[in-house]
Design a protein around this ligand. Structure first.
Ligand SMILES: [Zn+2]
Length: 205
């Protein structure tokens, strides 16, 4: 079975509890410590087996193989990837069966993660996620007061659009945000705009 490590929590004796996103669901598995075992790290894709032991309270994670990506040794890319995966973990952790969309999203973005600024890729992945969940709101009306937006808008958490005077949040040109949201692309956004979107995303998906 294959999955992405969403989260690793320490348990007793250096054992850990690992949350994995597979195509089917999120699996929470117990990992016994072993000096020669492969390291389990948030964001890694692994092949693994599940051992169901009737005595144990939690199924065990066994026979791990890392499935590498060429950018894993690039610390800056890896850090943004791990941030994205951790945001996804917090977003999904109470959902038993999130469906294949989220696994497929990580698969696609992992395969292109080395090609551009990873924060651009992360913002584009988030736009896809918002649209998939029916939460991507074009900048027409202000989320705070309901009035129509003008040529400038602000985006709060979940990229909800608002008047700049109604919220405390980064400001953007409304048309650029509209184009980015419609195309699910950051190609026409400047690096500083992408950075502001990334920081907004980091408040939680
Ligand atoms: Zn308003």
């Amino acid at each position: 079975m294959q999955g992405y490590i969403l989260d690793v929590k320490k348990a007793k004796n250096e054992d850990c509890v690992v949350s994995l996103l597979t195509t089917e669901k999120i699996r929470i598995l117990y990992r016994f410590y072993g000096a020669r075992h492969p390291i389990v790290t948030t964001g890694y894709k692994i092949d693994f087996e599940v051992e169901n032991d009737s005595v144990q309270f939690m199924p065990k994670l066994r026979n791990i193989t890392h499935l590498g990506h060429p950018w894993l040794a690039d610390l800056d890319r890896m850090r943004v990837w791990q941030n994205l995966v951790t945001l996804l973990y917090r977003h999904l952790k109470d959902i038993d069966l999130p469906g294949p969309f989220y696994f497929d999203l990580l698969e696609r973005y992992a395969s292109i993660w080395h090609l551009q600024n990873p924060k651009r890729a992360a913002v584009e992945a988030y736009l896809e996620l918002l649209r998939h969940e029916g939460r991507l709101h074009l900048p027409d009306d202000c989320f705070a007061c309901g009035g129509g937006l003008d040529d400038r808008c602000s985006l709060i958490r979940a990229f909800l659009p608002a008047h700049p005077h109604c919220v405390i949040a980064p400001k953007f040109r409304t048309e650029k945000i509209r184009e980015a949201f419609e195309a699910l692309s950051t190609i026409d956004l400047e690096d500083d705009e992408v950075e502001m979107l990334w920081l907004t995303m980091c408040e939680g998906l």
